[in-house]
Design a protein around this ligand. Structure first.
Ligand code: PMP
Length: 399
């Protein structure tokens, strides 16, 4: 017997945080750049032809041939011991003494950010960020219900004097920084500011999230110390790392290095989120680090990115309206352009797409007071010739 259909009741509402965190307004426009004829400076992607696919495949083959029963099984939340040891060894060799026990393997550094938000942030807590900053970090803090406040920032990143003032006024719980080749600006925080930031955090008792997915992509100049390495903030700085830009983002592997007081809660939060990061992916990454020469691979990547950055810098003066300014990052994947006052990079984007070229407007990267004349250009995914052609098209769009 069939039952009479009951009137369908209304569904309960989504959580407020799901209604309030907006999708990026330029997402739909940028979806149009997937056409193969578009030369895109928009994406934040590593160059796919530079992935060491053969080396990574050999690593997967080997762990599956030798240890299938282990690498296809559930594993610990903290992560593969060999991978944690390899990360700790790399950090220690670069001057940041780290034990394998200080490392939690994550599903990309994005998960590291979301674990931090879970264990640290109550709705209404203040998070300080650079202005502008990484869009998905803004979304992550937004989902936690945090109040995100931008720190006054200049061409060298956050201004420590302004930071201290803001800390006294806002009593933030967390400061989120990308000190090397920042996304979206490509800026690098000078060493003396890193020290000053660590001292402000030490004096006023806030946590620092030091997000460093791009540090290994330095192709000029000297490597700078991590904020985590300054004594003043050693017990309150979490370093977030990623294999996305050094190995492959599709593997979704990252890590965080945190003081014990924060590492344990992050492990428990990760257990609740996904139990652990893929066992086989972690094992393959550890095998890759042991069997392949990551530094030789990174040298190839950096050499290519440097030539691509140079092609972009060479073509920009002719491509942009007179009076535009931009920076010259010593590494990473992006540079930052400011069009002359009165120009609106979002309004100009459809014209660029009509000419089969794309960039990302800067506005969505600001937590507040967006500068509409700014835009981000990535130099990683096209050859120097394609970059030159892309810039010719941009001239037409801006003409
Ligand atoms: N932080 C920053 C600043 C990024 O630019 C990105 C990705 N582009 C991430 C974190 C996330 O990286 P992952 O692939 O390791 O999750």
């Amino acid at each position: 017997m069939t039952m009479p259909a009951a009137a369908a009741a209304a569904l309960p509402a989504l959580a407020a945080r799901a209604r309030e965190v907006a999708a990026s307004p330029v997402r739909e426009i940028l979806a149009l750049t997937a056409r193969p004829e578009v030369i895109s400076f928009a994406g934040g992607l590593p160059a796919p032809e530079l992935f060491d696919a053969a080396g990574i495949r050999a690593a997967y083959d080997r762990v599956l041939a030798e240890r299938a029963a282990t690498v296809l099984q559930y594993s610990t939340t903290e992560g593969d011991p060999a991978l944690r040891a390899a990360v700790a060894g790399r950090l220690t060799r670069r001057g940041l003494a780290t034990g394998a026990g200080d490392i939690l393997v994550t599903g990309g550094s994005q998960q590291g950010l979301s674990l931090l938000a879970t264990v640290l942030l109550e709705p209404g807590d203040v998070v300080l960020v650079e202005s502008p900053t990484y869009l998905a970090a803004l979304q992550c803090f937004g989902f936690a219900g945090a109040r995100v406040v931008p720190v006054p920032t200049d061409e060298d990143g956050v201004r420590p004097d302004a930071l201290e003032e803001l800390v006294l006024r806002e009593r933030p719980k967390l400061l989120y920084l990308i000190p090397d080749f920042q996304n979206p600006t490509g800026r690098t925080l000078p060493a003396e500011r890193r020290r000053a930031v660590a001292e402000v955090a030490g004096r006023h008792g806030l946590w620092i999230a030091e997000d460093d997915p791009y540090g290994e992509l330095r192709f000029e100049g000297d490597r700078l110390p991590w904020i985590s390495s300054y004594e003043a903030a050693a017990d309150r700085t979490v370093l977030l790392g990623s294999f996305s830009k050094v190995m492959a983002p599709g593997m979704r592997l990252g890590w965080l290095r945190a003081p014990e007081a924060l590492l344990r809660p992050c492990v428990i939060a990760k257990q609740a989120a996904d139990l652990h990061t893929s066992t086989v992916d972690q094992a393959a990454a550890a095998r890759y680090l042991a069997d392949s020469d990551l530094d030789a691979h990174l040298l190839r990547v950096r050499t290519a990115y440097r030539a691509r950055r140079d092609a972009l810098l060479a073509g920009l003066p002719a491509a942009l309206p007179a009076g535009s300014t931009w920076n010259r990052p010593e590494g990473g994947m992006f540079l930052w352009v400011r069009l002359p006052a009165g120009h609106d990079a979002t309004a100009l984007l459809p014209a660029a797409i009509t000419h089969d070229v794309a960039y990302v407007p800067g506005a969505p990267f600001y937590a507040a007071d967006a500068d509409p004349a700014t835009l981000r250009m990535s130099f990683t995914t096209h050859t120097p010739d394609e970059i030159a052609e892309g810039l010719r098209r941009l001239t037409l769009a801006f003409g």
